[in-house]
Design a protein around this ligand. Sequence first.
Ligand code: F3S
Length: 428
Amino acid sequence: MQLTDFEKSMLDGAQGDAKARAMDLLLRYGEALGAERLVETRNVAGAFNASTPSVRHMVGDGDEEGFDRVFSGLNLDSDDVVDIPRMTVPTCQLITGIDMENHETQGVDPALAELQGKSERYLGKRGVNMMCTCTPYQVGNVPLQGEHCAWMESSAVIYCNSVLGARTNVEGKESTGAAGLTGRIPYWGLHMPENRNANRLIRLDVEVDDMSEWGVLGYFTGFEVEEDQPAFDGLTHQPDLMKLKHFGAAAASSGGVELYHMPGITPEAPTLEAAFAGAALPAPIIYGAKERKRTWERLQNATDRKLDFVMLGCPHNSIEQMSRVAELLEGRRIHPDTALWVHTPRAIRQVADRSGYTEVIERAGGVVMSDTCPSISRKLPKGVRVIATDSAKQAHYLPAITKVQGWFGSVEQCVESAVAGEWLGVVR
Ligand code: F3S
């Protein structure tokens, strides 16, 4: 790979051991990908916290050296422990496994929660912004069109590329650690304009309106196009942040979609023709009532209707979604045999607290969680066998990860079912 003089000086150690290790990692990574150079980034979203059970042994007593050991080993792929300095460019922590206010409800080992607190302080001292959410774009990290980013988390990546028009591949713990320290990432894949055009076409023959419909369309899309880049024709309703968030998360779950083009929404696709950069349109994949019903059925992984747990907020809820859940629960009570956890970024939780939404949800018997989700933490209320969720992504992963039965439906169906203690949803 071609390096600039500045990059060579980092590699040679002129700016310290940590940046030299980071450059070494980026060089190996870029060469494996066939990249010819690096590109500057000023926006990194990764995973740096050191409080998962699997890395606990590396931290030791929880002193700075222990956390340096974790960062060196897991974020820089270095066998030697190096002092980790402050990040060079704005860098944020994505979702973690522990809600620092609700870890007892989660059933997390208190020692692990204490370690999480220490890990957060260690990272904060190094300039890592502790957003602790899979939706950094909801809480202030909103890159501009064309900006080169280094983001992890498939639902965040697809939103970043397709809605914001910024540019990122799906990065990992190692490359985001190295990018935070150097402000560089390999220039390949979706950083290159020529790789960003649509190559599949999906034509909608049915209305796609509410949030669950967008999740179902996303789930269909991922199965159909796998890792390709679809463009859409026939949208009847203008989606909003919440719907696009659910759509993208689902498309990146059933498939590996990292970029889609919705004319008039994706900044690079003012028209369908622009999405394909003037190339002939491929034969369309049709999404009609039959496909919608089949996909909706595919998301039902349960037979028992007695409901133990309802999970809302995957990807993490916006304030509008928190408001809606509170509205649905006002003056009501969740069934005593059913738990309800609602997930939202901590920054949005504060707004929910001040707006009275948290109080309404808690009075009804629900819990508002931040910083985490059950698929990441692998923590569910004790004895859960049957869950329901308004997220196609969570319906895809949670039964697979935790071996529970899972229902999928709209937020209204989920809340009504939580109150009834049984699944009341119907396939559309
Ligand atoms: Fe976020 Fe967890 Fe869903 S990371 S996208 S809430 S599976």
